[in-house]
Design a binder for this molecule. Structure first.
Ligand SMILES: Cc1cc2nc3c(=O)[nH]c(=O)nc-3n(C[C@H](O)[C@H](O)[C@H](O)COP(=O)(O)OP(=O)(O)OC[C@H]3O[C@@H](n4cnc5c(N)ncnc54)[C@H](O)[C@@H]3O)c2cc1C
Length: 467
C-alpha cells in the first residue's frame, strides 16, 4: 500500500498550493482529484475562464465604443463567439497544464478519482472505472472546494437556465439575460454578456448589490453599471422560472412580499452563491464535524476535530476566494512541517473584475460602525487624478478608513479602472500595521492612478493636494 506524509483531496488553488508547499518542505505528498484536469473551480470553471471572457469582451466594447473618440478609425467590430470561447478555453488549458507540470516538478503523486476519508491516516481513491485503492498517510488535507448553490424550484439545465459554469460557454449571445444575484459572479458574468450584446437585468434579494463590500462603493458601482446599461431590481426575489415555453418566464416578487411580476428572458443565470462540497468524502463516517452551513469546522491551525485531518479553502468558513484558499494551503503545509503557518484574515484583498473594477481590503465602514471602532475617512475621486483624466476614465474613487486614535489603516475600498492591481500596496501596508500617514509619505510615480491611493491617504489628515 502506498504511504505518504500528506494526502490532499482536491486540486483547486487550496489543494494544489498546499501540496506544492508541503513538497518544498520535504514531505512525500499525493493529491486526489476527481476531475480529469487539475486546478479546481478556479482554473477550470471560475477565476481563469471568467477573466478571459471579461478581458476579451472589454476589448470588444472598447473597439466598438471608445476607439473613435481617440481618433482611431476601425470598422464596427464583429463578434466571433466560437473564437472568443476558444480563447477562454486556451486560457484554461494553459493553466491546468501548468498545475500538472508543477506536480511533476515537485514530485507530487496525482491520483485521478474520488477521494474518501476512511478515518485518520487512510484515504480511499475510486477511479472512474470503479476500481478502488487505499493509500496510507500521516495527514489528510480536505480541499474539496464549493459548488453552485441551487434555488429551490428552479432547475438548472446549463443551457437556458444556467449556473456560472453554463454562463461561461453560452453558444449564442442571449437577447435578454436575467441574472439572479448581485454578487461578484453575477455582476462579472452579467457584464460579459452585456458587452457582447445582451440586455441584462439583475434581480437581488437584498436592497443593495455586492453584499459584504463597502456600502458607499457598492452604491457608486451600481450607478456606473446602470450607466453601462444593466438594470437592477433590488429587494426582489425570483420565485420560479417557466422553461416550458420558448422564452423563459421568470416570476419576480418583492422580497418584502407583494404583487408578482413576470420577466421574459432567453437565459437565466442563477448566481446566488456557493455551497461547500462535503458529499461522498466519508466525513460523517469519520466523525468530522460540520457547521450549520455544511462547512468543515477547523481550529486556527486548520485542524478538524479528528486527529490528522485538516481542511482549507471554500470548504471551510471565510471568503470564497482563490487566494484565501492558497494562503490557507501554504499555512497548513507549514504547520504540518512544524512551522508557524498563519493567515491574516484582516488583509485579504477582494476584487470584482468588471470595468471599472472594485477592490477592497480590510474592514468596511459598516463593519467598523457595528464594532464601535472610531475611524477617520480619507477619500479621493479619480476625476482629480491626472492619469485618469488623460485617459478619460475618471469613474470611481479611493477610500481609506484609519483608526481615529492611532491612524492605523483598517480598510481600503476602491472603485475604478485597474484598482484590482492597485489594492495590493494597501494590503502590504496593512500586513505591516501601517498608518495612513505611512502611505501618504510614500512617493508615488506620476502620472499613475496609484497617486489617487496616496491622495486618499493624505485625505485622512485632510491634506490632499489635488482637490
Ligand atoms: C465563475 C467564478 C469566478 C470566480 N472568480 C474568482 C476570482 O476572480 N478570484 C477569486 O479569488 N476567486 C474566484 N472564484 C472563487 C474561486 O474559484 C474559489 O474560491 C476557489 O476555487 C476555491 O478553491 P478550493 O481549492 O477551496 O476549491 P476548488 O477550486 O473548488 O477545488 C476543489 C477541487 O476538489 C475536487 N474534489 C472535490 N471533492 C473531491 C473528492 N471527493 N475527491 C477528489 N476530488 C474532489 C474538485 O473536483 C475540485 O477540483 C470564482 C468562482 C467562480 C465559480
Amino acid at each position: 500500500m502506498a504511504s505518504y506524509d500528506l494526502v490532499v483531496i482536491g486540486s483547486g488553488p487550496g489543494g494544489y498550493v498546499c501540496a506544492i508547499r508541503a513538497a518544498q518542505l520535504g514531505m512525500k505528498v499525493a493529491v486526489v482529484e476527481k476531475w480529469s484536469t487539475f486546478g479546481g473551480t478556479c482554473l477550470n470553471i471560475g477565476c481563469i475562464p471568467s477573466k478571459a471572457l471579461l478581458y476579451a469582451s472589454e476589448l470588444f466594447e472598447e473597439a466598438g465604443h471608445k476607439f473613435d473618440k481617440m481618433g482611431i478609425k476601425v470598422s464596427k467590430p464583429e463578434l466571433d463567439l466560437p473564437t472568443l470561447l476558444k480563447f477562454k478555453d486556451q486560457a484554461v488549458d494553459g493553466n491546468v497544464k501548468g498545475v500538472a507540470f508543477l506536480f511533476k516538478k515537485n514530485k507530487i503523486e496525482a491520483f485521478q478519482g474520488v477521494g474518501r476519508v476512511l478515518g485518520t491516516g487512510r484515504v480511499e481513491v475510486k477511479a472512474a472505472d470503479g476500481k478502488t485503492q487505499v493509500v496510507e498517510t500521516k495527514n489528510i488535507v480536505i480541499a474539496s472546494g464549493s459548488d453552485v448553490a441551487k434555488l429551490k424550484g428552479i432547475e438548472i439545465d446549463e443551457k437556458r437556465v444556467v449556473s456560472s459554469e453554463g454562463a461561461l460557454k453560452l453558444g449564442k449571445v442571449p437577447a435578454k439575460l436575467l441574472v439572479i444575484g448581485a454578487g461578484v459572479i453575477g455582476l462579472e458574468l452579467g457584464s460579459v454578456w452585456r458587452r457582447l450584446g445582451a440586455e441584462v437585468t439583475v434581480v437581488e434579494f437584498l436592497d443593495r448589490i455586492l453584499p459584504g463590500m463597502d456600502g458607499e462603493v457598492a452604491r457608486q458601482f451600481q450607478r456606473i453599471l446602470e450607466k453601462q446599461g444593466i438594470t437592477f431590481k433590488l429587494g426582489a426575489k425570483v420565485t420560479s422560472v417557466d422553461a416550458s415555453v420558448k422564452l423563459l418566464k421568470a416570476q419576480i416578487e418583492p422580497a418584502a412580499g407583494g404583487a408578482a411580476q413576470t420577466l421574459d428572458a432567453d437565459v437565466v443565470l442563477v448566481a446566488i452563491g456557493r455551497v461547500p462540497v462535503t458529499d461522498g468524502l466519508g466525513l460523517k463516517e469519520a466523525g468530522v464535524a460540520l457547521d450549520n452551513r455544511g462547512r468543515v469546522v477547523v481550529d486556527p491551525h486548520f485542524a478538524t476535530n479528528v486527529a490528522g485531518i485538516y481542511a482549507i479553502g471554500d470548504v471551510i468558513a471565510g471568503p470564497l476566494l482563490a487566494h484565501k484558499a492558497e494562503d490557507e494551503g501554504v499555512a497548513v503545509a507549514e504547520i504540518l512541517a512544524g512551522q508557524a503557518g498563519h493567515v491574516n484574515y484582516d488583509a485579504i484583498p477582494a476584487v470584482v473584475y468588471t470595468s471599472p473594477e472594485v477592490a477592497s481590503v480590510g474592514k468596511t465602514e459598516e463593519e467598523l460602525k457595528q464594532a464601535g471602532i472610531a475611524y477617520n475617512v480619507g477619500k479621493f475621486p479619480f476625476t482629480a487624478n491626472g492619469r485618469a483624466k488623460s485617459n478619460q476614465a475618471t469613474d470611481g474613487f479611493v477610500k481609506f478608513l484609519a483608526d481615529a486614535k492611532t491612524d492605523r489603516v483598517l480598510g481600503v475600498h476602491m472603485v475604478g479602472v485597474e484598482v484590482g492591481e492597485m489594492i495590493h500596496e494597501c494590503a502590504v501596508l496593512m500586513e505591516f500595521g501601517g498608518s495612513a500617514e505611512d502611505l501618504a509619505r510614500t512617493c508615488h510615480a506620476h502620472p499613475t492612478r496609484s497617486e489617487a491611493v496616496k491622495e486618499a491617504a493624505l485625505a485622512v489628515g485632510k491634506r490632499s493636494i489635488h482637490i
